[in-house]
Design a protein around this ligand. Sequence first.
Ligand SMILES: Cc1cc2nc3c(=O)[nH]c(=O)nc-3n(C[C@H](O)[C@H](O)[C@H](O)COP(=O)(O)O)c2cc1C
Length: 323
Amino acid sequence: MDIAYTVEQLRDAVTDAVRAPSLHNTQPWRFRLRDGGIEVLVDASRRLPATDPSGWGVRIACGAALFNLRLALAVAGTPARVRLRPYPAEPDVVARLVPDLPRRPTPTEQSLHAAIPRRFSNRAPFWPDPVPADVRWRLAEAARAELCWLELLIGVSAVNAFAEIARSAHRVLERDPAYRAERTDWVRTEPAPDGVPAAAGGPQSEPQDLLPSRGFGGLDRAPGRDFEPEPLVAVLGSAGNTAVDQVVAGQALQRVLLTATDSGLSASMLSQPIEVPGAREQLRLSLGRFGTPQMVLRIGYGQPGSPTPRRDVDEVLELPVHP
Ligand SMILES: Cc1cc2nc3c(=O)[nH]c(=O)nc-3n(C[C@H](O)[C@H](O)[C@H](O)COP(=O)(O)O)c2cc1C
């Protein structure tokens, strides 16, 4: 068994890790080698103070990056053993990965890993075709495999009740000028290594839309081009809501997203009802579930699109300095 990861292994795995989603594509993560282990750290300078006052979004993003890192190391034949929040005195260290016994990657690891560069947030309308039951089961199983749950809303009335909660959370957020300013600051109309490209932001919203969109969009909408009438809405939840639970939920989120991509599905995220505490509680009660909702997904068959940019790997690596 290898006892230490190398800089090359770190660099290769981080290339996949940074493909993870993050609030407004802020990419709030850093990676380093320490005593032969790979460590994932939050980059607190990239937290959005108005949108993410508690750091929930940063920890979800770092959890998603950690899941990609685990996949990359497993597929390279150097799987990791992971400890979350390994140093109580250093809460910025989200996870530490040390080499485990070498083994062949599983077919699931291989297919999820292959999906990493193809995944992106698709905010455009999806085709109305329903997602088959076996694929829904696969998505829920992906969340369970990472110790979370995924509740797929069934029936028009459940989706309408959710939409009501989401729209009211959206209105609450929109009243805050600092929240609106942060969103404007992170929309990119010129090529940039971070932020949400205007072209990826989805179409302009219209009054008849069932679900609120974050409002990155500026794309003109063809007349009559509406969103799918019965969207598949899925709520991802974790057992609790500690910092560790949020990192666990981030890993589960990425596993669900990659499973969706591997199944030929598109997804977008909708976190307004998670960011407003009253709405989050209402959502939890409406689901009748223990635990805490951590993310909402809209899933379906989408038009092709392209992944959004990321910063260079060297910008997120902290390498040891040799004297
Ligand atoms: C914690 C979190 C919350 C998010 N909330 C939303 C949201 O409310 N609306 C939205 O359109 N995208 C949301 N996203 C998606 C990000 O905007 C997206 O991941 C980022 O712009 C990078 O683009 P990509 O997913 O295409 O790689 C969220 C992502 C994360 C990790």
